[in-house]
Design a protein around this ligand. Sequence first.
Ligand SMILES: C[S@@+](CC[C@H](N)C(=O)[O-])C[C@H]1O[C@@H](n2cnc3c(N)ncnc32)[C@H](O)[C@@H]1O
Length: 385
Amino acid sequence: MKRGSPKGSKAQKKAGRSSQAAFYPFGRSGGARGEESSNSNKIDVAVQELTFTTVPPERDPDGNSEWVLGEPETKQKVFSLPGFPQPVPKPLGPPSFAVRSTPDMGLGVFVTRDIKVGELIFAERPLLMVPRGLRVKDLEDSMIMTRYGGEQITEKWDKTLDVAVRRMSLDDREAFLSLTNVYEGIGAGRLLGIIRTNGYPIRNLIDGPEDREPRDSYVYFSVTKTGSRINHSCRPNVDFDFDLTSFSSSAIATKDIKAGEQLFHSYCSVENSAATRRSQLARYEFVCKCLSCVNATPASDKFRSEYGDLALASGQWVVDPRTYIQQTLKLREDMLDEGLEGTFLYVYLLRSIYVMFRNLGMADFEKEIMEEFLAHNRVEKLEVV
Ligand SMILES: C[S@@+](CC[C@H](N)C(=O)[O-])C[C@H]1O[C@@H](n2cnc3c(N)ncnc32)[C@H](O)[C@@H]1O
């Protein structure tokens, strides 16, 4: 169906909305670019087999998200959660971050006071959420988040995505449109370019049925005002935790961070060699100059490719701590040297270590490592054993 056709699409009919609603998302009198919605409760609209909704639907002091649904029923999964929508979590203490220029990475996010591992630095509702496997039947390139390059015809995508951008408040729209777009001039339309440059996967929200496979193709991507200003390092110090009930993304420190230091998240798989990481990062148009990239050696590449299996094996080693404790502690030291304490596998390893100390009857060490584990476990939420 061509955009603008008077006939409603299947999804429009399902959502019970007319095609006119699609082009006047705030009602007849509002919604054009540059106009602020006066409606207090935004209605859903369906365009090109996608449903556009706002979370929460009423204007909210904690912010609103524009959510593009591939499968309209996904909305119910979130809206039917007990207590939905909860307020966005608030950090303890005074504000602890600022968005500033960096010498070589554009804008970045810095902490303005010392931060402890496990601390909530900020939480925010996304400006925009789109499904990774966003598919629209009559658009040439239907998997917008999984392909990259200049060969695609993406301008049509921008017309569709513009529906969500037009629904944003003026402040949110300005924040969204000011985000970096490294795809400018190489094929992607502006809005799609912004999503590709700034989107983070939300792994606990699947578009459609929860058992859909391959799961990774059906996650959502979020674009946020502050989180999307965080630059990359292969030695990350912050991770995101998306809470469905408050529909917000929390930035949580995965290391102690000193006042004045920059926050870094990893945009690539940190268990890869420096060369593979470089090729994964090429689509963001920069070369990483973190310590682990600059000082990469065959030995550090080998370690990065092996530590994952070893860390997971530590779950078995706990039954024979006398044989394995030294090896496990050495693995922990090596992970710290590579700056990998902000990863799931480091948290997993800490859990193995405190269980080993428990099995060895070394209560003081067990307590010390358990405390470190609990601080690191804010995002991963591994079971305490
Ligand atoms: C999600 S944005 C991060 C915020 C961005 N610096 C800004 O000014 O809006 C991603 C872009 O930031 C830049 N960037 C991120 N990490 C970088 C790094 N380690 N070195 C150089 N540039 C980086 C790249 O241009 C990348 O495409």
